[in-house]
Design a protein around this ligand. Structure first.
Ligand code: MTE
Ligand code: MO
Length: 408
């Protein structure tokens, strides 16, 4: 049997996908942009994960009050920006998937394995992350744990990849050599009239990049599309961009009392309990429990604060809250302000039922048991009769429909 030689076949395939815009330099530039967005995602993700699953050394900043809003906004925005960058980067290296033989040496095998792992885990991370901001969970695994561990897989494969690719990266760092080579012709041989002419009309198979213009145009295109997806979605986190918010799932100023709702009272199965009129908040300290009904809470000094809800799912909104300082509330039962708390919700089950509050937030006078939102009694969707609002914390820890507060 006589088929085409595999090497010829892949050469023909590579020629089919060849483009004069592709070059090592393009790949390296896109790689730098991606390194920036991935680093932002990783650091903000670690901080967010730490706030929700605190290790013993975790520190809990309450200043500025929008610190978590910034963290969340940067995380989601950098993640969204990574999508066009990643696609462009994949396009820029695509012909390399066709090299023959597929594995030439241990180093080459390692390089390809690290790339495969990096691409697979990054694509999974970016798509599931994006889908998560739309509150859609079409998968059976817990999102946050998976997202967290996948980030380490990406980082590991990236470090391995960078280690193997170090020579190419170094060469581009003092990029003059490479640029000169591209202008004069490829390493594959001296530029002849034939190849130069072929490159000028974008003919495949020559491997000659015709200069910087098309690369610049391509990078500008990638930059513009990245900017466009960022500008049309970041308004769900940053109010000054909200007029441009076209595609993001959450829109500022919508929802009861002009604040979006993440999970409704009906979804949380608390609507009846919360509105029954029999509600009271139990505050426990050293085994003694004191209950406060709504009138009891209103009888304590009321304070106003302007604080954001910053949801881990990718939206934020600042609002005016009014209610009792949590330190005053536990002070009323004799507990010191530097206590840590365990707070429960009326919700019968699920991860939102129980919330731990480290002493940093309890001590902060801006942490409220909120009874009012934007000048009116809290809507049941926002946690009526009473909810927590604390500075600098993820939205998921701003417990709605309070049931008990236990001083630890
Ligand atoms: N008990 C309870 N508290 C909760 C939730 C919940 O589902 N149940 N959702 C949390 C999440 S994820 C966010 S972002 C905020 C949203 O608050 P909002 O609906 O008032 O805007 O409430 C938090 N508090
Ligand atoms: Mo949230």
């Amino acid at each position: 049997m006589q088929g085409p030689h595999p090497q010829k076949l892949t050469a023909a395939l590579a020629a089919k996908f060849a483009s004069p815009t592709r070059s090592t330099r393009l790949t390296v530039v896109l790689g730098r942009w991606l390194a920036l967005t991935f680093t932002i995602c990783f650091l903000t993700g670690l901080f967010s994960h730490g706030l929700q699953n605190p290790p013993s050394w975790m520190f809990f900043p309450t200043n500025p009050v929008w610190i978590y809003q910034l963290c969340q906004g940067l995380h989601v925005t950098a993640g969204i920006a990574s999508i066009p960058l990643m696609l462009a980067k994949l396009w820029s290296v695509y012909p390399e998937l066709l090299v023959w033989p597929p594995i030439k040496s241990v180093r080459h095998g390692l390089e390809r394995a690290s790339i495969a792992l990096f691409i697979a885990s990054s694509l999974l991370q970016l798509t599931t992350g994006l889908i998560n901001t739309y509150k859609w969970y079409p998968w059976p695994f817990p999102f946050r744990e998976t997202h967290y561990w996948l980030a380490w897989v990406i980082w590991g494969s990236l470090l391995l990849h960078i280690a193997v690719k170090l020579p190419a990266i170094m060469a581009n760092w003092n990029g003059r050599a490479v640029r000169r080579a591209e202008q004069q012709g490829p390493e594959r041989g001296p530029a002849s009239e034939g190849t130069a002419a072929a490159a000028a009309v974008g003919m495949p198979g020559t491997g000659v990049a015709p200069g910087r213009w098309s690369r610049r145009a391509f990078l500008t295109g990638v930059g513009v599309s990245t900017g466009a997806v960022v500008l049309t979605t970041a308004g769900q986190s940053f109010s000054w961009l909200s007029p441009l918010n076209v595609f993001a799932p959450r829109v500022m100023g919508t929802g009861p009392q002009s604040v979006p709702v993440n999970r409704t009272a009906a979804e949380a199965k608390v609507a009846d309990l919360a509105t029954s009129g029999e509600w009271s908040l139990a505050v426990t300290y050293r085994g003694n429990s004191t209950t406060f009904d709504l009138a009891g809470l209103r009888a304590l000094p009321q304070h106003q604060e302007e604080l954001p809800i910053a949801c881990v799912e990718g939206w934020s909104q600042t609002a005016h809250w009014s209610g009792v300082r949590i330190r005053d509330l536990i002070g009323a039962v004799g507990a010191p302000p530097d206590s840590a708390l365990r707070v429960t919700s009326l919700e019968p089950e699920g991860p939102y039922r129980l919330m731990s509050m480290p002493a940093e937030y309890v001590q902060d006078e801006r942490t409220l048991v909120a009874l009012e939102l934007n000048g009116a009694i809290l809507d049941v969707q926002h946690g009526y009769p009473a909810r927590i609002i604390a500075p600098g914390r993820p939205g998921v820890l701003q417990t709605k429909w309070l049931q008990t507060v236990e001083v630890l």
